[in-house]
Ligand binder design. Structure first.
Ligand code: FRU
Length: 493
């Protein structure tokens, strides 16, 4: 599988729906369908039969989104039906010689709350490609814009580096409204644009006039700074037809290499309005990673809650906070608190899921006493093979947080960049720093300062990693370290 598609929340079913790019006939992309899964809590998932299959030979169902058409603007649903779902997605045609043919935007509707869909054969495609350039035109993401009572779609003209904004009263008739062109990083293609309204922490925006804030996230690949795929985002304003970034800054959603094409759920409100899930991989090695021996390739990231906030020194950032993992927390394996320096070990060989949640809170940090060697280290090791996944944070100097997957040896690929890091400037006023991480067999997701920085890192050991070591060194007196480690339940049980 690859990209998450059609993410929406159904208030009547109290379920999150997630579709995904899925090839049922091979362990690489190609014969693209929409797979389907649902969850009551974003952690426990039930897989369902395929929701969208190719409607014609050599025509694949590429990425797209879904909305709940509560007011039946589309006319597909019966009176009083509050759970009508409309999916909008790209159909990608391929020529007999294998080269890419046209890519068009199409819709399908579901009268059973998102489980089965009917293609709108009478009217598809709803957008055939006017207004752009090349045939690489895909990945529509739809939102409802209340002030103009209109549906809005952001669609990528992938190789022209354009996000086209289109509007519609009924999800069927679409009008081109504007283009957002060549901002930030280009790479060699733009894909999966997401235009969504974002919750904002009070006082964050300079002209805090109550106007809504939006984010335009654009996935790009190949050609990301670390190679392959990455996602950049622009906080901004949106008036129903045009998106204006607030500043000229290019920001990335992840300092790792393995979080791509994230999509935001449709249909959520308040603090949870902008929940997203990404595809935890990178096109540089997604089709090659060694999990094929177990009959699968690729997984989604953990769910993240986004909002606009001010980060220390950097100012405006979109925080990607881990959605509370309470639904999957099992037994506490360790809870320790100490001052200064210490080292602790947790043997988690007995945790059946082989997955952990780690929460570290450091308080009492004094910038004046921190030295360049003040560090918190953590490593996950296999005693059987000697492999180690290591990470750590230097509180002094450039304040880098790093993850090193180079001492894990189950997979070799020249593009599997092994050393990843980010400068995570902690708040000298509060003197605090927080780390949260989830390690799950072959994926490590870290959240620094509650998600000011997030990193998603795949790793493939030859033997399961089963020992966690955590240590602080050269931390001055008065610095308190509090660590809690949980084993996780299986999300599939
Ligand atoms: C992004 C992407 C999309 C496309 C889909 C095909 O990963 O390339 O642009 O719709 O994957 O599977």
């Amino acid at each position: 599988m690859n990209d998450p598609n059609g993410l929406f929340y159904s208030p009547t079913q109290r379920l999150y729906h997630l579709y995904y790019q899925y090839n049922p006939s091979a362990l690489v992309a190609g014969n693209q369908h929409w797979g389907h899964a649902t969850s009551p809590d974003l952690y426990h998932w039930t897989n369902h039969p395929i929701a969208l299959s190719p409607p014609a030979p050599s025509t694949y169902v590429f990425s797209g989104s879904a909305v709940v058409d509560v007011d039946n603007t589309s006319g597909f649903f019966d009176r009083g039906h509050k759970d009508g779902v409309v999916a909008i997605f790209t159909l990608a045609e391929y020529n007999p010689d294998g080269t890419a043919g046209p890519q068009t935007q199409n819709i399908a509707y579901s009268k059973d709350g998102g489980y089965t869909f009917t293609y709108w054969d009478e009217g598809n495609p709803v957008i055939a490609g006017e207004g752009g350039g090349s045939s690489q035109f895909r990945d529509p993401k739809v939102l409802w814009h209340e002030p103009t009572s209109s549906w809005v779609a952001a669609i990528a003209y992938a190789q022209d580096f354009v996000v086209g904004i289109w509007t519609s009263p009924d999800l069927k008739r679409w009008t081109w409204a504007s283009n957002f062109t060549r901002h930030g990083l280009l790479g060699a293609q733009w894909e999966c644009p997401n235009l969504v309204r974002l919750p904002v922490r009070p006082g964050v925006l300079p002209d805090d006039d109550g106007e809504d804030a939006y984010v335009l996230a654009i996935s790009l690949q190949p050609g990301a700074p670390l190679g392959g795929s990455a996602t950049q985002y622009f906080p901004g304003r949106f008036n129903g037809t045009h998106f204006e970034p607030i500043d000229e800054v290019t920001r990335l959603t992840d300092f790792g290499k393995d979080n791509y094409a994230a999509q935001y759920f449709y249909g959520l409100e308040g603090e949870d309005e902008a929940l997203n899930i990404g595809w935890a991989s990178n096109w540089q090695y997604a089709q090659d990673v060694p999990t094929d021996t177990e009959g699968w390739r690729s997984a989604m990231t953990l769910p993240r809650r986004s909002y606009l906030a001010n980060a220390t020194r950097m100012g405006l950032v979109m925080v990607d906070e881990l959605v509370d993992p309470a639904p999957v927390l099992d037994t506490v394996l360790m809870r320790e608190e100490w001052e200064g320096n210490r080292s602790v070990t947790v043997d988690y060989a007995g945790v059946e899921s082989n997955a952990l949640y780690i929460d570290v809170n450091v308080t009492g940090l004094d910038a004046g006493k921190i030295s360049s060697s003040s560090i918190l280290r953590m490593s996950f090791s296999s005693l059987a093979s000697g492999e180690t996944l290591r990470a750590g944070f230097y509180f002094g100097g450039d304040q880098p947080f790093f993850v090193d997957r180079g001492l894990v040896r189950g997979y070799d690929n020249v593009f599997l960049t092994d050393k990843l890091s980010v400068a995570d400037v902690w708040n000298t006023t509060s003197g605090t720093w927080r780390f949260q991480g989830v390690i799950d067999r072959s994926i490590y997701e870290v959240f620094l300062e509650g998600g000011v920085h997030a990193g998603t890192v795949l790793f493939y050991p030859t033997e399961p990693l089963t020992v966690l070591s955590l240590s602080s060194s050269d931390l001055p007196r008065g610095t308190n370290v509090s660590v809690a480690v949980w084993g996780l339940k299986s999300t599939w049980s």
